[in-house]
Ligand binder design. Structure first.
Ligand SMILES: NC(=O)C1=CN([C@@H]2O[C@H](COP(=O)(O)OP(=O)(O)OC[C@H]3O[C@@H](n4cnc5c(N)ncnc54)[C@H](OP(=O)(O)O)[C@@H]3O)[C@@H](O)[C@H]2O)C=CC1
Ligand SMILES: O=C1O[C@H](COP(=O)(O)O)[C@@H](O)[C@H](O)[C@H]1O
Length: 514
């Protein structure tokens, strides 16, 4: 596969979107008709507890799960079912219903554990207890639904470290779990977490194994940042409003910042994190995908093919990162003392990077990406910093205008602009108007995992990544995996990361905080 960084160059950057972008009539989401078995691989893990169980609780509350469904959790070591039920209940207590409601009620916990079984993971030779449990549960659900076992939809969710995707995909195939009982691919789906691969070679190897085992239509490569309400709102904000559509290019935008500082520690998942690091955990996946959502040319339509193509085309224009001039890595002090972290580990827990998008719309505009653990505050913010024109009346006396989206929770849109401070003098200050998406009348925001899980259940692939897009992402990320990778600089826990990162965001600094 070849990349073509300039493939967008024939586009007119002033293009703001054609008439066929008109949104289709919205339809209320419905629960899938067919019974469902969700097989959660890595059911004891951080992601399962923090995001997947709460997402299931949300879908249950909203009536978006099929009437007949079951959850099979897997792990490399067995676990009594009662203990598994407690783990699910405890996860819901700790991480909530994922939908803004209070503590989960007993009915939700009961619904989630009613048909919940723990199985041992599928191995190379030993299939473990999963195939038999799956067959049994399929039969039970089909009978309850008065239907056929071949119609039961099975979703394998790989909530496991990326290095384990390839062997598990192979083993699912080897033990006949990638097809329905009638040999059909239509009723079996497999969700892969990110990062999909750990470098370009492992990405290609993994994808070859995946395509040996599965039809592309069965594969859902999840990137939950694409499921966030505010990220989905980017399109509407831009293409639905001429004011913003016309400002969405290098003539009007000086910088784009995609800033995800986190106060979070990594102690609970040290083994995974030490093998991964901030750049792989967040940049090649989430931050690149969000950058592509911002950078994309107007898609020809809001259908899956056009949206996915527009996102991929944008990633194809990412210039490979320059590790020497454009990347600062950091590691928080004390990281190496965490149990599970290797002695002398050089894993990055912080990254700030300047990404360039080489096309007519964005040439010369830095896309500033930052994320890290144990930082001073948590935020998830996309900010377009607007240019000021020194020739105009107020020139540089005004602060730059900002179009900003907060991706956290239900999401928010903020517009910061210069205003006259009310009073007798002409004093110019910055004022911000904020719209919380959770407050939109009649809105019912879905958290990212609930939203994307619902998409998997109904087979909607719009917000999932593709091998073509990921090939471009790995090409842009690859230099950071080579000899030029900078050493991570130490930073104090609770700080904004290494001081060197501030310079990347000059002249304005990082808007989420520094
Ligand atoms: N945690 C988070 O907030 C997020 C995580 N992700 C992604 O989700 C995936 C899982 O992450 P997370 O839950 O944090 O990681 P964890 O370290 O918590 O691992 C999840 C589970 O994977 C199982 N596991 C570990 N190693 C292997 C292996 N070699 N083969 C098979 N199973 C294994 C373990 O289960 P057992 O010991 O029972 O076998 C473990 O509980 C990753 O790809 C990550 O990038 C994505 C978004 C957010
Ligand atoms: O994928 C990941 O994302 C989380 C941040 O996700 P969010 O649910 O808070 O939006 C990050 O903490 C984690 O390290 C990473 O694996």
């Amino acid at each position: 596969m070849t990349s073509n960084p300039d493939r967008n160059d024939d586009r007119d950057p002033s293009a703001t979107g054609g008439t066929d972008l008109a949104a289709a009539e919205p339809t209320a989401p419905e629960a899938p008709a067919h019974p469902l078995v969700l097989v959660l691989h890595g059911a004891r893990g951080d992601l399962a507890r923090r995001s997947v169980y709460p997402a299931l609780a949300t879908l249950h509350r909203r009536g978006l799960l099929p009437e007949h469904w079951a959850l099979l959790g897997t792990g490399r070591e067995d676990m009594p079912n009662e203990e598994f039920h407690q783990l699910v209940a405890q996860s819901l207590r700790e991480f909530g219903g994922d939908d803004g409601t209070d503590e989960p009620d007993d009915a939700v916990v009961a619904a989630l554990t009613r048909h919940t079984v723990f199985c041992s993971e599928v191995g190379d030779e030993d299939p473990g207890t999963l195939p038999a449990a799956l067959e049994h549960v399929r039969g039970v659900l089909a009978e309850a639904a008065d239907g056929d076992a071949a119609d039961v939809v099975v979703v394998h969710y790989l909530a496991i470290p990326p290095a384990a995707f390839e062997p598990l995909a192979r083993n699912l195939h080897r033990h006949g779990l990638t097809r329905g009982p009638d040999g059909s691919a239509d009723t079996v789906r497999v969700v892969f977490e990110k990062p999909y691969g750990t470098d370009p070679d492992s990405f290609r190897r993994l994808d070859a194994v995946v395509h040996d085992a599965l039809e592309e239509s069965q594969v859902f490569r999840i990137d939950h940042f694409l499921g966030k309400e505010a990220v989905q709102n980017l399109h509407v904000l831009r293409f639905g409003n001429e004011l913003f559509a016309n400002a969405w290019d290098s003539r009007h935008v000086e910088q784009v910042q995609i800033d995800v500082p986190e106060t979070l520690d990594v102690a609970q998942r040290a083994e995974f994190y030490d093998a991964t690091g901030a750049a792989l955990d967040m940049v090649v996946s989430h931050l690149f995908q969000v950058a592509a959502q911002v950078a994309m040319e107007p898609p020809k339509g809001m259908d899956v093919a056009n949206l996915v193509q527009a996102r991929e085309d944008a990633i194809a224009c990412f210039r490979p990162l320059d590790p020497t001039d454009d990347v600062v890595l950091g590691q928080f002090e004390g990281y190496r003392d965490i149990e599970g972290v290797e002695d002398g580990s050089t894993t990055d827990t912080f990254i700030a990077a300047r990404l360039w998008v080489d096309n007519n719309r964005w040439r010369g505009v830095p896309f500033l990406l930052r994320t890290g653990k144990r930082m001073a505050a948590s935020a998830q913010r996309v900010t377009l910093v607007l240019r000021r024109d020194p020739e105009r009346l107020f020139g540089d006396r005004v602060e730059p205008g900002l179009i900003s989206l907060s991706l956290k929770g239900d999401g928010a849109i903020e517009v910061t602009t210069s205003i006259k401070k009310p009073g007798p003098n002409l004093e110019i200050v910055a004022g911000t108007a904020r719209l919380d998406l959770g407050d939109v009348e009649g809105g019912e925001p879905l958290a990212a995992y609930a939203s994307l899980l619902q998409d998997v259940l109904v087979g909607d692939r719009t917000l999932f990544t593709t091998p073509e897009g990921l090939e471009h992402a790995w090409r842009a990320f690859e230099p950071l995996l080579g000899d030029d990778r900078p050493d991570p600089l130490p930073y104090a826990p609770g700080s904004w990361g290494p001081a060197e990162a501030a310079a990347l965001a000059a002249p304005h600094g990082w808007f989420a905080g520094d």
